[in-house]
Structures are given as C-alpha cells and as structure tokens.
Design a protein around this ligand. Structure first.
Ligand SMILES: [Zn+2]
Ligand SMILES: [Zn+2]
Length: 188
C-alpha cells in the first residue's frame, strides 16, 4: 500500500516534503508527494469556505477514472465546511480511500497570531495522519494526546502528539497486518 498526498498550490509553500515524510514515517507507509491533480470544487462564496463533501466526491471520481488504488490525502488551502458544521479541519471517506484537510485554520495567522512554520508543519502532520488513520480503519480515540483524538479547537490540536496512543497503534498494526516501526515522537 502507498499513500498519495496532493498539495494544493499555496497550502504549505515549500514545506510539503518534510510534512509528507513525517506522515509516512508515523504510519509506516510510503508516501508519494504530488502536485494536486484535481480541481478543488465546492467553493461557497458567501461562507468563503469549500464544501469538503464535494471535494471528496471529486477525489472519488478521480480515483475511479485514473484507477488509483493508493490512499489519497488532499491538502487544500481553502477553509472547509460540511453541512451542519461551521468548519472542519479535515474529512475522510473511508470506503473510497480519500481524505482532505485544510491548512487555513492550521495557520497562526488565521487567529491573528504571528506565523510559525514549525507549528504549521506539525499541525498538518497531525491532522493529515488523523484522516489517513480513518482511511486505514481507525475510529476516534478519547486519549487527548493521541493522533486519533478529534480536536475541536487549535489548542486541542496542539495538545496532541505526533503519534498514536498504544491502543490505536495496536489496532493500526493489526489492520495493516504487518510489524511496523513508528518513529518516536520528536516534538518538543
Ligand atoms: Zn476524525
Ligand atoms: Zn488512540
């Protein structure tokens, strides 16, 4: 199994490679970094956000047409929403093997704070790995430091480690059916 990560231009200028590598090593799955091959649809001018469901539908179609069996994660720059929710950090469609996250609310600037590339990469890694965890069959976890914990705020997201808790790691290993060696958490 491999993972394709599509980067929307401007989503994470210049930091795509280290972020992709980190995601791959946490999951123990090789990652191919690619320029985004799909049109990011579902933009709602009134909300200034994009509909994550519509983006996933587009990714689903792309996978079918191109006969792509790899998991795909799209990292978009537009802020995302789903019906009934103000925003989402990301969304996964497990049966299809496609997920999307947005860097909009992962940037300090969104909250009027000074920009910080290290924090941004760290958040993209945590959030991207979370959605890929769903694609691999993992559910949410109640351990607030685990990658599979669902954060509602940026502070909750920052409280997570870039690692799975022992329970989720055990599940992931069983799901992947291999012995994998995750990299230790290197965040400070
Ligand atoms: Zn989730
Ligand atoms: Zn967990």
């Amino acid at each position: 199994m491999r993972i394709k990560i599509f980067w929307d231009s401007g989503a994470l200028s210049g930091l795509e490679a280290p972020a992709s590598r980190a995601i791959g090593s946490i999951l123990g799955i090789p990652v191919d970094l690619e320029e985004n091959g799909i049109l990011v649809t579902g933009y709602d001018r009134r909300r200034n956000q994009s509909d994550a469901q519509k983006i996933l539908a587009r990714l689903q179609l792309y996978k079918k047409k191109q006969r792509v069996t790899d998991l795909i994660l799209l990292v978009a720059k537009n802020d995302l929403f789903v019906k009934g929710s103000d925003f989402v950090f990301g969304l996964a469609r497990e049966p299809v093997g496609a997920a999307v996250i947005s860097t909009a609310r992962l940037k300090n600037e969104f909250y009027g704070r000074e920009g910080n590339d290290d924090l941004l990469v760290s958040r993209v890694v945590t959030e991207g790995t979370h959605e890929l965890g769903h694609l691999l069959g993992l559910d949410h976890c109640s351990d607030s430091q685990c990658i599979m914990f669902p954060p509602e705020t940026l502070d909750q997201l920052d409280g997570k480690k870039k690692a799975f808790c022992p329970v989720c790691l055990g599940l992931l290993t069983a799901l992947l059916g291999t012995t994998r060696e995750p990299v230790p958490d290197s965040s400070t």
